[in-house]
Write a protein that binds this ligand. Sequence first.
Ligand code: HAM
Length: 441
Amino acid sequence: MDLQPARGTLDLLPPQGSRMRALYDRASALARLYGYRYVETPGFEATELFARTSGETSDVVTKEMYTFEDRKGRSLTLRPEGTAPVMRAYLAERQEQPSPFKAYYLTRMYRYARPQEGRYREHRQFGIEVFGAGDPGADAEVIAVGDAFLRGLGLVRIELQLNSIGDEVCRPAFREELVAFLREHRDRLTDEHRDRFEDNPLRVLDCKDEACRAVASEAPKMIDRLCDPCRAHFEGVQAGLKDAGLTWVIEPTLVRGLDYYTRTAFEFVSPGLSPQQATLFGGGRYDGLAEVLGGPHVPGVGFGMGLERVLLALEQEGLVPPAEPGLAVFVVGVGAAGRARAGELVRQLRSAGVASDTSFEDRPLKAQLKMADRADASYAAIVGERELEAGVVTLRRLSDGEQEEVAAEALAGAVLSRPGGASAGASAGGSAGGSAGGKEG
Ligand code: HAM
């Protein structure tokens, strides 16, 4: 049996698991701070949902979906992205939902792409969506949430790229113009686009290949051809970003890889990472999506952020990722009586909300101290014969071996009042603001 995970998937054991968990916790705290509420949708959906919304010519639909038939012959697809499923779920029970509807999710996505660092077949996204708000203030808020998340982790080498790709009023004429331009430059395109750009010329602008990028840089630009309402909206978004204290660059060739976008398109890029993995999050407005699903007009805007890429970007900037806190205290009981006392102490500590553990088996002191280290505990509380007699425990700080005696019945309070002692399960959420950890020494 091959014990490696399937190609393009990751096992996240400690410490990676704790790091991912800490990102989830920060993301939820931040989303709630801005009034977003947690949603979940199924891991698989009718294939049609993605085929109709991501676009028949998108990479996701043409080559990346994990599609299978169930026993009744229904075509189902593992969720490759979160926006269409959340919209579907919202449309199914919109009467009971507030407007605007502000949702966030933290979940796995599946795309059959060639795996490389930063590109996986299963990846995790923090996503937020606002339904029912056409105002540019909603676009600016969504972008500000993503920005706050990345900056809260301490990332500074990140760039917000912004564009408007127009709407059903102004985009068709632009599209014609772009097709005509691409026909003239057909020979310069990569094979992939040469015979297919007529179906979706915007894909050429999204291509990461050098040759296509050169053509794209000379191509007509949508932002010069926006209709008045789209232009006003784009200006409104920028005014909102300015109010929020954000900086951005306008990137006229920025289009997104999924078809449902209208008007605003944006990406946060970490220039330190290679182009294939540099986009930490991307999103935009999708005012026509609900109608594609047979619903009423529901304007929407949101982003999806790749959390594995966020961890890569932290590493790249030399930052220590936040991690779920380890144990506050590991109680070391020596001898039968010591172990019995350790059991009692752990029960007391846990009911006082102090994350603590002890050995299941009788082991020598040294072995138990090693267990304490492995468990990432801040302190070891040692109960041997001498401590039992005196009614105390020896509280040892594991970072430097400093130790002192505290009264056994006061152990919980003593741990809680010390640095690292409050890392109990109950407070493991971490704060949404503030820097994650600072530079690695
Ligand atoms: P997307 O650009 O396809 O957009 O994906 C969003 C983010 O997920 C990317 O910027 C990237 O960080 C991460 N990502 C995508 N594919 C992979 C992969 N194979 N491996 C690792 N990370 C990946 C969407 O999915 C839209 N639903 C975003 C959105 C939400 N737009 C509006 N609302």
